[in-house]
Design a protein around this ligand. Sequence first.
Ligand SMILES: [Zn+2]
Length: 105
Amino acid sequence: MKIAKTRKRYCAKCKKHTEHTVAQAKNAGRSKTHPMSRGSRKRMRLRGLDRGAGNKGRTSKGAMASFKRYGAKTSKKVDLRFKCKVCNKTSVQAQGFRVKRPEFK
Ligand SMILES: [Zn+2]
């Protein structure tokens, strides 16, 4: 899907409509797995790990690191960031929409 590189949008700082540049967020807010979280420790206990204090160097990427939860859908929601050309303030889009391949033109 083609997405315009610039768009006129309301800027909360300038309090009026200004030109904004549109870009996709690089790390779109996905949470990383934590090796010592409660769920990870529970899973480690089920697998016979997690004895004593600390992770003992067993988990560097978390117990969920290899678990694949996605794959049913072929599209992903885009996370667009709008940057005001006047004051350089960045704002986030109100609602994401599904797109197979975003193209900035
Ligand atoms: Zn502004």
